[in-house]
Design a protein around this ligand. Structure first.
Ligand code: SF4
Ligand code: SF4
Length: 147
């Protein structure tokens, strides 16, 4: 089952730019549509849509996460990763890679392209040893001015 765009869509094209499979089509300022045969249900369109115009495969409205910096990102536990590369090969945004890390005897998966990650969670779900968790990145501290 694919995601669906409702008539609330105002054609801003934010989803088109983020969809990793090119599943969304539509003219600027006109209703967009998802091609069900290309949709992999990553949910990126729902997280980015300013109109809350995206429904998931169950017909549930997706919740927008307004700031990209608040989208959860994968954190790999180097002590658990067994270097199977399932997450690296399955990532629809090709943003994971392997590297030798911290004295481990084999390569460890890591988020090589953080800006490309669409927070789909496929890596977390697919890891056979549960070495990956999606975590909201720490935000820089905001300085409070004294009056
Ligand atoms: S759920 Fe993912 S693959 Fe499907 S239309 Fe939205 S962004 Fe594209
Ligand atoms: S959440 Fe994981 S699988 Fe999804 S885009 Fe980010 S790194 Fe790739």
């Amino acid at each position: 089952m694919a995601y669906r765009i409702t008539t609330e869509c105002n054609g801003c094209t934010a989803c088109v730019r983020l969809c990793p499979t090119g599943a969304i089509a539509g003219e600027r300022k006109a209703l967009h549509a998802v091609n069900p045969s290309l949709c992999i249900e990553c949910g990126a369109c729902g997280r980015v849509c300013p109109q809350d115009a995206v429904q998931d495969a169950f017909g549930i409205a997706c919740r927008r996460i307004p700031k990209l910096s608040l989208w959860p990102k994968p954190v790999v536990d180097a002590k658990i990763c067994v270097s199977c590369r399932i997450c690296i090969e399955g990532c629809p945004a090709s943003c994971l890679a392997g590297r030798m890390d911290g004295g481990e005897k084999h390569e460890i998966a890591f988020l090589a392209e953080p800006k490309a990650c669409i927070s789909c969670g496929f890596c977390e779900a697919d890891c056979p040893v549960e070495a990956i968790r999606l975590v909201v990145p720490e935000q820089p501290a905001v300085e409070v001015k004294q009056s």
